[in-house]
Design a protein around this ligand. Structure first.
Ligand code: DC
Length: 223
């Protein structure tokens, strides 16, 4: 079974995905981490983030791996061509450059193919922007998880503080979230929008437990 969780940055997709996976015994796939890893590699190799052709070539030639620990559905480490970029992909440098990289059709094509291969291997809960629309249009459960920009900024700052990486400046994080929302929703390729058959969940007034329970219920109904 595939559970597709789409929605804007900071809606709580990662935390929710992990808890649903634990509850159902599924594995998690964080597709945003893959776009982030390609962005890291481009910056590292001095590839211009506006050079679509070079980025496509890079995405086709890189191998992204997720290393898991037994009993934990979320990967412990994210590797690109064997290099551990788990912490590096959460920095502001990547936040600021990932949108143009993820808007390149050839980059998406390469990563979508990898995502489909990984997801088809078992029961997966997959989070991203285009999972229900493009990557797994036949997913048994599709959820579009949202929250207000202010609520998402508050959560992202708390998450960054906890992880010890990324900005903890609320205004800067909010501005970045609004900028990325606009960019991700208005791009030509796979813009951020709910699939026609997705269940819309606004997490602003809900606790994380309530969101998790709603998705677990949808998955049990779909079985
Ligand atoms: O979920 P995130 O913030 O880690 O995603 C990082 C960026 O990657 C974000 O700007 C949108 C993009 N992305 C995408 O275009 N398609 C996906 N399936 C996942 C993420």
């Amino acid at each position: 079974m595939i559970i597709a969780i789409d929605g804007p940055s900071g809606a709580g997709k990662s935390s929710v995905t992990k808890l649903v996976a634990l509850e159902l015994g599924f594995s998690c796939l964080d597709t945003g981490a893959m776009y982030r890893a390609i962005t890291w590699k481009a910056l590292e190799d001095g590839v211009d983030v506006n050079d679509a052709e070079a980025l496509g070539e890079l995405a086709r030639s890189c191998t992204i791996d997720f290393e898991h620990e037994a009993g934990d559905p979320s990967p412990k480490r994210v590797l690109i061509d064997g290099i551990d970029v788990t912490g590096e992909i959460r920095t502001q440098r990547i936040d600021q450059n990932v949108s143009p990289v993820s808007a390149v059709p050839a980059v998406r094509e390469a990563l979508v193919a990898q995502q489909q291969r990984i997801g088809r291997a078992g029961n997966y809960i997959v989070e991203g922007r285009d999972i229900g629309t493009v990557v797994f249009p036949d997913a048994e459960v599709k959820v579009f998880l949202t929250a207000s920009a202010e609520e998402r900024a508050r959560r992202r700052v708390a998450q960054n503080a906890e992880r010890g990486v990324g900005s903890v400046d609320y205004e800067a994080v909010l501005a970045d979230i609004i900028r990325r929302d606009e960019y991700d929703s208005s791009r030509d390729v796979s813009p951020l929008k709910p699939a026609d058959d997705a269940v819309l969940l606004d997490s602003s007034p809900l606790t994380i437990e309530q969101v998790v329970q709603a998705i677990v219920d949808l998955a049990r109904e779909a079985r």
